[in-house]
Ligand binder design. Sequence first.
Ligand code: 6PG
Length: 666
Amino acid sequence: MDTGWHSKVHYFLRLFSKVVGDTDLLMAYFSGEMRGIYFIMGVAGSGKTTIGAALAQQLGLSFIDADDEHPAENIEKMKAGIPLTDEDRVPWLQKVRSRAISASSQNGVVIACSALKQVYRNLLEENLINVHWIFLDGDWSVLHERLNSRKNHYMPASLLHSQLATLERPEKAIRINAKHSVAETVEMIIRSLQLKKERIGIVGLGVMGKALARNLGNKGWQLSLYNREVKGIEELVAQQSVNDYPELSTALPFNDIHAFVKSLGSSPYIFMMLPAGEATDHFLNLLIPLLSPGAIIIDGANAFYADTEKHQQQILGHHIHLLGCGVSGGEQGALEGPALMVSGDKKAYDKVAPLLLSMAAVNGSGNSCCAYIGKGGSGHYVKMVHNAIEYGEMQLLAEVYGIMRNGLQMEEEAIAAIFDEWQQTELHSYLLGITQQIVNTKYNHKPILSLINDKASYKGTGAWAAQEAAFLGEPAGMFATALNARYISANTRLRNWVQQYLNSHDQVVTQKNATIDIEQIKLVYTLVRIWNHHQGFALITKAAEQYGWDISLVAIADVWRAGCIIRSSLMDKLAEGFAHTNMVSAMPYCKEILASNYADLVQLVASATLSEIPIPIISEAYQSILQYKQKKLSTTLIQAQRDFFGAHGFQWEDDIEGAIQHIDWV
Ligand code: 6PG
């Protein structure tokens, strides 16, 4: 190397930089290629220093612990438990940035730095290239425990609260939960960094597809977007999305499937967001022959689990994978963070996990609401059960509204006020929240609910769940009841006929020999929700046994704690409870409610029945609990009848061996 030449360049650079003011940056630009700068950020206790050092070693890069760069005054303040101000941080951040620049010009560098606010991060990465952010997130308890076990560090555990309050979660960072081991975390980071270099395909830019694409665009993924071209109906949809949304401005738009696949490189990863059924079948038939081995298709539709398994079989010989991915949360969820339930080949899942984890909502424990559920179509199965619980919750809310409106003759504002009150308690849920808003909504100066046609619509998932429960012999009658309530509402012909025949009046309901009060409704609402969730999780348990899926109910409840339609305070409790039992109704919290609110359930069913207020799902809950409650059921007669006409056999009650008997009845 011509050292004379080198030192002359450096001399001029120093001179030049005096004018421009940033020596380190100029030196780095001119003295060689700028290598990667990997910032590992997070609050105290997130493990950024340990993980940063391990990552640097694995990548063969230098490591800087930004905590070591604090001026003495800052350290004194922190030791005294005084939070640093933004002004305190400026010289420190500038120093860290300078060190990053010089280290990156030599070798590339990993820097552990709290960088809690966006302005700090802006300052750190100003004018730099090839910067990657890795964010170690976690809930308070994990971080606090870690901090408490740390010896000889100047940061007291009490500072954690102020750090968490200051923290502005970065949008574009690779986000990893701090609960994992160092080795696991490093592996996840490396996998994410590799995947970030790929271009991800999104197919189907309907409401959900577009929202998911925007979500990924916001997180800094490189995207190729594809939508079919149908003259006069769907024209240049991908191009339009790129034009409309700044977060998609770097995405490549396609309406030609060949060009789209080509843009994705040698092993494409494609997120498919098409209507389930025919549209998906048709598209897969076009797509599969174009894909090279190693490709992974993620089907985000509300597909029937058996169809997902059929597609997985269809691609077996092609060395490509198809993952079923239940997506919940509606349009807003898809955009801001949905809940994802994924199944299929585990290795394929691991490859695309960083993409899915980054897209998903984050729950109160800092976990991404994305889980690998199991083999085959189990992800779509779990999504189907999610929807069945959703049907149950919605029907229950409709009945509660009906009792208040028609039984108690309450005005909409008063009902909304009650729902609002409940929302501040353990009854808090997404569905209760939107119900409160709906009930409170006026349209043309009238309550909107007085103007909406009562025919309730549906797609496929509710019916599949009821069908599956019946098929597997799992008594989940709440789902069939909620579904039938929608079917009955839409059966205008029979409704008209029955109304005529039974002399119906216009929603005038009087409380005959019955008293209903708000507190009682609240207690019943609390109980029936538990029963509805009990049936959902029981169906999943049964399916897992039947289909050989190794399913974790803790993981499912954890995924359903945020992003999805059935997120609620109850789900938080269930996620904890599944660590001890697989049965919702056996959890102490639920058992207590079932026992203490049962008498109100009996009372309300009786009162509503006498007042002729339809309460199918409340009655279904009551009837099924009542049956479980009996020491002896009248089903003895069924056994006898079966034996009478078909010699199907029965057992004597006092025979512990349970030998099958048959008698000659005639
Ligand atoms: C979700 C929802 C969603 C479902 C709609 C409509 O989790 O985001 O479950 O996937 O499609 O709720 O379902 P129905 O038309 O059957 O009511």
